[in-house]
Ligand binder design. Structure first.
Ligand code: IMP
Ligand code: MG
Length: 181
């Protein structure tokens, strides 16, 4: 059952999340003034982040979703990249912002950017709810970052899961070890 015993501690409260996501939306509104944006959200982890983010952007926007997987693969340093759900919208000559939950090793986002290039967008930037720079394997950085997490915690909530659970927690917390041990 989802209760207060799921997490060892809360690292980002509902209030802090609302404040930072609003800040990102305002930055994007300023940076893209006079343009239309296509937000490409990566399912499932970013669903809550994108829904709050776009409500803080006061520009004409399109919202689309992709579902992708990167499987570990010793032979290929970037892993094997699989697109499970592709774009619905045409992004040719459009300004795209990829919306991701966590930028961790960087494999997922670098593969995704490479994949989207074939659709010839005018520009591609990255908005990530959380940046975990400590585990980066690929030289990639996000243009819009909600929070930088320097500790190598496994976190859940606000869309982030452990084994598909805990996405509906309204805050981000460190999962209790006994749950995944
Ligand atoms: P990477 O950048 O290719 O390593 O992939 C990052 C993805 O791994 C994210 O989109 C998350 O789905 C997942 N991930 C990484 N760290 C965590 C975590 O602490 N909790 C939940 N999911 C995570
Ligand atoms: Mg993800």
């Amino acid at each position: 059952m989802l209760d207060d015993n799921t997490c060892e501690k809360i690292i980002y409260s509902q209030e802090e999340i609302a404040r930072e996501v609003k800040r990102l939306g305002e930055e994007i509104t300023r940076d893209y003034k006079g343009k239309e944006i296509v937000f490409v959200s990566v399912l499932s982890g970013a669903f809550m982040f994108v829904s709050d983010l776009v409500r803080s952007v006061s520009l004409d926007s399109y919202i689309d979703f992709m579902q992708v997987s990167t499987y570990g693969n010793e032979a290929k340093s970037s892993g094997t990249f699989v697109v499970k759900k592709d774009l619905t919208l045409d992004i040719e000559n459009k300004d795209v912002i990829i919306v991701e939950d966590i930028l961790d090793t960087g494999y997922t986002l670098s593969n995704l950017i490479g994949y989207l290039a074939k659709y010839k967008p005018a520009s591609v930037k990255i908005a990530t709810f959380i940046d975990k720079p400590a585990r980066r394997k690929i030289d990639i950085s996000a243009d819009y970052v909600g929070f930088v997490l320097d500790d190598d915690y496994f976190i859940v909530g606000y869309g982030l899961d452990y084994a598909q659970k805990y996405r509906n927690l309204p805050y981000v917390g460190v999962l209790k070890e006994e749950i995944y041990a």
